[in-house]
Design a protein around this ligand. Sequence first.
Ligand SMILES: [Mg+2]
Length: 366
Amino acid sequence: MILHIDMDAFFASIEQAINPRLKGKPLIVGSRGNKMRTVVCAASYEAKRLGIGSGMSSKEALRICPSLEFVSAEQGKYIWTSEQIFAMLEGFGFPLNYTSIDEFQMDIGAHPEPLKLAEDLQKQIYANFNITASIGIAKNWLLAKTASKVKKPNGVTLITNANLKEVLSRTPLGKVCGMAGKTGAILSTRGMQTAWDLYLKMPEFFEENPGKFNEEPEKPKSIGHSYTLPRPLENPMVIQAWIRLLSEMVGERLRHRNISTKTIHLWLNGPEIGNFGAQKTFALATSDSFEIYSRSLKIASQVPQKRPKIRALGVTASQLIPQEGLSLFLKQNQREGLIKALDRINSRFGDGSIYPAQVDLTRRVK
Ligand SMILES: [Mg+2]
């Protein structure tokens, strides 16, 4: 059985969770800071109910609802939250995949109570992050993903062989993965309006959809994160803040898997430097985010230009080894205690409740 978890209006919900003043209000998240000249990249359910949706111009959205709340997108925050949710879901002990920043798939095998498990997951997500998710459960990933769209927001839908016809008959074709665009439009002119119409013509599309979990999940050979900035930036403080954020994310994943890294690879891309990539192997393995950050900066100092413009950047850890139980170095031990405490607080309160103040600088980039 596959369980597909789809966060509801993810970016907008995060903004509402962080700022209670926005709760229950129609809200759009714009891709740029200028409220009048941007595109809606996420809308809260309150806005969706008024007919506002992503892809719409902010002007149009404001015409529909003049009192609309507006926040400009902060990618770092969404990536961060997504990572935290992934880590929390991993704690349930089932194989887990990312399908996008706000969608996760879990292979729950022959779990005896999939509905109860789904409700538990929803409760945990809400308790930790103050946002809701919709969950679909079915025998393969495509049906599970389709099921997650049936009752949004905060719904759970289980598709079995017994209710397959009933559920697919009331699911518009456009809600099936891959059918939202042209393909769906063409098929609908051929008389296919619902997912069930498509099923009758092409059952293999639903039935033989290869599971994403067929293979044993591999142990990672490297763990990395990269990010493309909205425009080239040269302020070293801001660039360092991004390296710090990416290092935090890499470190958090290493610690969650109880592994450390010896080799750090830093990648920078910009109009003057093109692709700069270099790695360095250190004697002592680490999973400390600050250490990963310091090592990344050492590599960054090899860039010949003084203040190069940076458009995209990435931090990757490789040569991964199991974490040792006790460190020989007292200072290291103290830091590890602190890191563990921070990880616990973050997983309890969600959304990086506590993270380095430096990371805040990444928010200033619009
Ligand atoms: Mg979603």
